[in-house]
Design a protein around this ligand. Sequence first.
Ligand code: 5GP
Ligand code: MN
Length: 349
Amino acid sequence: MTISKIISDDKVSAAKKLIEASRRIVITCHKTPDGDALGSSLGLAAVLAADSNKSVCVITPDTPPKNLGFLPGADHIVIASRFTDKAKSLLAAADLVFCLDYNSLKRIDRLEPLVAQATAPRIMIDHHLDPEPIANVTISYPAESSTCVLLYRLLHQMGWDSRINADAATCIYTGMLTDTGNFSYNSNNPDLYLIIAELLKTGINKDTIYNKVWNTNSSNRLRICGYAIYRKMQLIPDHCMALITLSREELNEFEYIKGDTESLVNQPLSIPGIVWSVFMREDEPGFVKVSTRSTGTFPVNTICERLFGGGGHCNAAGGEFHGSLADAVDTIVKAAPDYDIYLTENLDR
Ligand code: 5GP
Ligand code: MN
């Protein structure tokens, strides 16, 4: 069995040409970077940095979560919210900019004007629906489960397999793992396992990576998630829906830091009969971050697009609400009946 070549040849050669012609390469990913955004960025950096003629850097819009600090290269990330001038000068001087794991400049927050003003050509590698025309080479395949798996495919099709060392493999594997919930959704493509087999040959330890990503919690994180499930989870059986909210006051009480509620939104989906789950976090007074998950074909991305100016994938999407937490709840509860049409086909799991 061999790994199928799904990226068109013209895109592979266009990307290769641009990389070979560039000396100063900047890699960017979306705000609140997750395992896939960071994994693809640092994985690509590890591959490119092996060429001593190139200077390669990764810029994130904001601070990456602590639990991904183990990724090789994480210490060298330029965080644009803290080092804005550095991010600006790196982008201004770049010969090539990578846009990883995002489909629109809106997803990079304060990096948007800096990337927009940079004159370097751009390569997008992404798996979100409806990519905007922001890149010279757009490698966008929404059927793929992660940007990391697409990055692997690109390197493989460029004939660069041997450049994927253990550092790069750790990063790529992490994104494949996190964007499939430890291979529990979007994970039936046999290619995934052929790719994992190749990554393991570099000497990485997938069990250690699993423990670092999923099995490392602070006591505050465990407490806040326990509280959220015990006291704050509402089930709305008429719409097969679960809803969790955390107010600014509650977040303060548990000394919430970014990342503490990561994956909380998935948990109600384990209840039979729950098809979609919504988590609303009042990050600031008047600003609510919305996270949604679903099973089967229930399209939470459509809901997030319509109600929260966001988007994402059919089973994992998010957005933002400008207003009070109560109004955010009201918005989703009022809209829920509109999506009942998707319930019957997804109840039988
Ligand atoms: P999470 O719920 O883990 O924050 O995000 C899940 C997925 O939803 C992300 O991978 C991303 O595709 C999408 N997403 C989350 N927040 C936003 C947002 O504010 N805007 C858009 N367009 N997509 C989002
Ligand atoms: Mn992703």
